[in-house]
Design a protein around this ligand. Structure first.
Ligand code: CO8
Length: 376
């Protein structure tokens, strides 16, 4: 069995920012347009008027202040309310692969590796641009990596679930160096016309290099001590878009064909699941949350992370996160599987050899994945 390390991470940041103020302005313009268009039906009680969104609510309920997106004009156009992407020909690199290659090259550079050193590519994301050929195989080809690639989706937990697959492959000797990419184009499957969720998500891509400790040369290395995954079925976060829609004669633009959730239930149910999962995982190593120098938590909601940290170490966390559990969702929003990896990417330079950390994701499924790492 080989010792396995994370030897590099990379981050692709989209070119556009949407502030809460811009988002609310566009949503309220959309609401006014809809309410004017359907004034008669609203007056007759046949239709409910759309209520305005507010910056104050968004910041108080979620902690999110802005989000990055790949395309901004379509999202903010009150007559459209979703991004506008040019369709690409089959012989052009697809958008998801393009942002994954960018993040991957940065992660490989950090790890001091060449694409040819990679012998497996896992594209792990909450949504794939197409069913096949696998995004991972296109990314593998674009990079010039060897071995094989495959796609996997466990919603917000896709990255941690991919880390366990990569660790198992490297530990067993099947692979030497695995590249994980998490391209999240959430803007294309978010319902920007629903004020309950229009503020939640942002676009981004993260990448992680996982390899044998024996071949790692990077200055910054993280021993992967243990991984632990769990799922528990719930309909509280769901998206029914898929290849069966046409055969079912359902409306492709119906509300259930984009992200939807029972946010309050998710909040209440997932917080205890995540806290108990982390605690039980640490206990298997005879460790306690108090011994953990840093938690890089999934970034869905400030309140969720505050409660998880309170449950784990009894510490109150402020609205800008804390040293033990840094926050990135204020600037990136919820980036699905990439959130905990962005936190790890941006907030680990100050840790010293021997420090213990936990990367933990949680979300739709429900799913929860934790990765216990130690700074080498
Ligand atoms: N502006 C003003 N008022 C609003 C708005 C708004 N934008 N939205 C709702 N309100 C109102 C509501 O109508 C409600 O009014 P009333 O009391 O009169 O009924 C009031 O504000 C309170 O509403 P909520 O109870 O919904 O508010 P919460 O405090 O629960 O906050 C949150 C809502 C922020 C959504 C919160 O519940 C939350 O974050 N929950 C956790 C959700 C979560 O973590 N989900 C994870 C999903 S991510 C995942 O798993 C990956 C999926 C794949 C990615 C998908 C990409 C698109």
């Amino acid at each position: 069995m080989h010792q396995v390390v994370i030897s590099g991470t990379g981050l692709y940041q989209p070119p556009h920012i949407i502030s809460n103020a811009e988002l609310v302005l566009a949503f309220n313009a959309y609401a006014d347009l809809q309410n004017t268009e359907h004034a008669a039906a609203i007056a007759a009680g046949e239709r409910t008027a759309i209520t305005h969104s507010s910056v104050e609510f968004i910041e108080k309920a979620s902690g999110i202040k802005q989000r990055y997106v790949l395309e901004k004009d379509g999202v903010l156009d009150p007559t459209r309310m979703y991004p506008r992407f040019a369709e690409r020909a089959d012989d052009q690199l697809s958008l998801m692969a393009e942002i994954a290659v960018d993040a991957a090259l940065k992660a490989l550079a950090a790890a001091g590796k060449q694409p040819a050193d990679v012998d497996a590519v896992l594209c792990a994301s909450a949504n794939m641009q197409r069913p096949y050929p696998a995004m991972a195989v296109e990314i593998q080809a674009a990079l010039g990596a060897g071995g094989y690639g495959f796609d996997m989706n466990v919603a917000c937990s896709s990255a941690t679930f991919a880390i366990e697959q990569a660790v198992n492959a490297v530990r067993s000797g099947a692979s030497k160096c695995v590249l994980i990419v998490n391209p999240e184009i959430t803007s294309a499957h978010l319902e920007w016309r629903d004020r309950d969720c229009h503020f939640i998500f942002g676009d981004v891509c993260t990448a992680i290099v996982i390899e044998r400790a024996a071949t790692a040369t990077a200055a910054d290395q993280w021993d992967i001590v243990s991984t632990h995954l769990a799922t528990q079925f719930s309909n509280n976060i769901r998206n029914n878009f898929g290849f069966m829609n046409r055969a079912e004669d359902s409306d492709p633009l119906a509300r259930d064909k984009t992200f939807r959730q029972e946010g309050r239930k998710v909040f209440k149910e997932v917080v205890p699941i995540a806290a108990a999962h982390i605690e039980a995982h640490l206990a298997t190593l005879e460790q306690t949350p108090a011994k953990v120098r840093r938690f890089w938590l999934h970034q869905a909601n400030l309140g969720m992370n505050q409660l998880i940290i309170k449950k784990l170490i009894g510490e109150s966390m402020g609205s800008s996160g804390s040293d033990v559990a840094p926050l990135i969702l204020d600037t990136y929003a919820n980036t699905a599987s990439a959130g905990s990896i962005i936190a790890f990417h941006e907030h680990r330079a100050d840790l010293v050899a021997g420090d213990l950390g936990v990367i933990c994701s949680f979300g739709a499924g429900y799913s929860v994945g934790s990765v216990i790492v130690r700074k080498i």
